[in-house]
Design a protein around this ligand. Structure first.
Ligand code: HEC
Ligand code: CU
Length: 477
């Protein structure tokens, strides 16, 4: 049954309840009894259920199933997740202030452990934790009244609580205020969380929870929506220019506070901590572990917006990246794009290897061991942040340079890539990438050394790259 059918099914109850109401003015119902009942439609991230279209508090039935299962954590990396509803984060629950929520928690018979749920939207012991303690193969029931509007985290609170959260047992519940939220064009559900794994970041295979790392609050992965790249590339959230967007952002932790930021956008409004206080014109908002925020903005110009935890190593090295793709017509008044690129040489500048005309002051060529030695240092300073220290790349984001078939097949030995940058779809070792590699401000000599190092490190066998070859590419010959 969809919502409409459900409404139709319960309409008789609804009419009965309203007509038996003693108040002559049906639009100003003041008592707190509920009318009607319906089954909540729950959604998986990044989607959000539609707003309730009823006027008075109702009885809302929520059914959530706990499933323990192995799923993707990153490309080639699997993890045994414990979930509310089969995905991480758990299903998004949307109710209205004053609703009576009848909650059914089912623990799938194939699961190994008991689980429960603590909803931060609940006023009552443990947020419902004791009342919902459920053994495998059982369903428990409890009810609560949604007294306070706001966006709330829910999570499993079975001991060891940290482990149940770290394994994926969390989600968001929105208690919409009586007045409702203003209409927007698109709503999305994004939840940050950490994974503490036996194997290090990106190591292929099935990995599992590491209590030692969790205890020290040193996660290997920090992700949005349960896995590295869950909302990247083809899975990005889609918006059109001119549309208004509302993000329901949760932070499950279990340990870290998120410095939530969207690269390329300013939040017009933020419901701080998911509550009623609204801040305006915010670039980065703090979301505590076990907390949330409602974020609204309008997309004025096309492009890719990147969601990050601005504790930035978590973003570029542990997976805390997601994307909103804004499509539509450019507005050069809002953003011009690069208008010019001019040589900048302040007086007395130490950049001596590149002359004004872009020609390099000749310096003697170096041997392969010399280039390898200087290239190693230059690589660490200029390339490792993206392509990683051992050239292994970052799944779905930065292609590997170690054993890269793409690099080895390039006629110019790859020198044009750091010289001019690289964008558009490429395929490296069977995996697609569609990112932006910036142009690097490096001399011919430096590029020759870096590429010599890259072409001879980590199992690569690519020989010497000379400054003369780089110079040739720089001058387009
Ligand atoms: C800011 C991040 C970033 C930095 C810094 C960076 N790259 Fe890249 N690089 C990328 C991205 C993203 C791509 C893929 C571009 C695409 O999809 O078209 C790429 C692609 C490449 C490729 C081709 C693909 C492959 O894996 O063989 C080479 C070679 C490369 N980069 C070399 C370098 C070198 C050498 C440096 C340092 C001088 C460097 N990059 C610095 C992000 C970066
Ligand atoms: Cu649990």
């Amino acid at each position: 049954m969809n919502v409409k059918e459900l409404k139709a099914a319960f309409l008789p109850i609804f009419i009965l309840a309203v007509s038996s109401c003693s108040s002559p003015d049906a639009t100003s119902k003041k008592d707190d009894s509920v009318v009607g009942a319906y089954e909540a439609q729950l959604t998986d991230a990044p989607f959000v259920p539609a707003a309730a279209n009823y006027k008075y508090p109702e009885k809302v039935i929520v059914r959530l199933e706990v499933v323990e299962q192995v799923m993707r954590l990153a490309d080639g990396v699997e993890y045994n997740f414990w979930t509310f509803g089969g995905k991480v984060p758990g299903k998004f629950i949307r109710v209205r202030e004053g609703d009576e929520v009848e909650f059914y928690l089912s623990n799938h018979p194939n699961n190994k452990l008991p689980h429960n749920i603590d909803l931060h939207a609940v006023t009552g012991p443990g947020g419902g934790a004791e009342a919902s303690m459920t053994a495998p193969g059982h369903t428990t029931q409890f009810s609560f009244k949604a007294l306070n509007p706001g966006l709330y985290v829910y999570h499993c609170a079975t001991a060891p609580v940290g482990m149940h959260i770290a394994n994926g047992m969390y989600g968001l519940i929105l208690v919409e205020s009586e007045k409702g939220l203003p209409a927007v064009d698109k709503e999305f559900y994004v939840m940050q969380s950490e994974f503490y794994t036996k194997a290090k970041f990106g190591a292929a295979g099935l990995t599992s929870f590491d209590m030692g790392k969790a205890f020290n609050e040193q996660p290997d992965y920090v992700v949005f929506n349960g896995s590295v790249g869950a909302q990247m590339g083809e899975q990005s959230m889609q918006v059109k220019v001119g549309e208004t967007v509302r993000l329901y952002v949760g932070n499950a932790g279990p340990a870290l506070t998120s410095s939530f930021h969207v690269i390329g956008e300013i939040f017009d409004r933020v419901h701080i901590e998911g509550g009623s206080l609204i801040n305006e014109n915010v670039a980065t908002t703090l979301i505590p572990a076990g907390g949330a925020a409602i974020i609204e903005f309008k997309c004025e110009t096309p492009g890719s917006l990147t969601l990050v935890d601005h504790s930035i190593f978590r973003a570029f090295n542990k997976g805390a990246l997601a994307q909103i793709k804004v499509s539509g017509k450019e507005d050069h008044k809002v953003f011009s794009g690069k208008q010019k690129d001019m040589v900048y040489q302040p007086e007395g500048s130490a950049v001596q290897s590149i002359s004004k005309a872009g020609k390099e002051v000749p310096i003697p060529e170096k041997t392969l061991p010399e280039r390898n030695a200087s290239g190693k240092i230059l690589y660490a300073a200029n390339c490792a942040a993206c392509h990683q220290p051992e050239g292994e790349g970052l799944a779905g984001v930065f292609p590997p340079l170690a054993k890269s078939d793409y690099l080895m097949a390039l006629k110019d030995k790859g020198v044009s890539i750091p010289l001019h940058g690289l964008t558009g779809k490429i395929r490296v070792n069977g995996k697609d990438y569609d990112g932006i590699m910036p142009q690097m401000a490096l001399s011919n000599d430096e590029i020759a050394s870096i590429l010599t190092y890259v072409r001879n490190a980590w199992g690569n066998k690519g020989g010497l790259v000379t400054a003369a070859e780089v110079n040739k590419s720089r001058n387009g010959k």
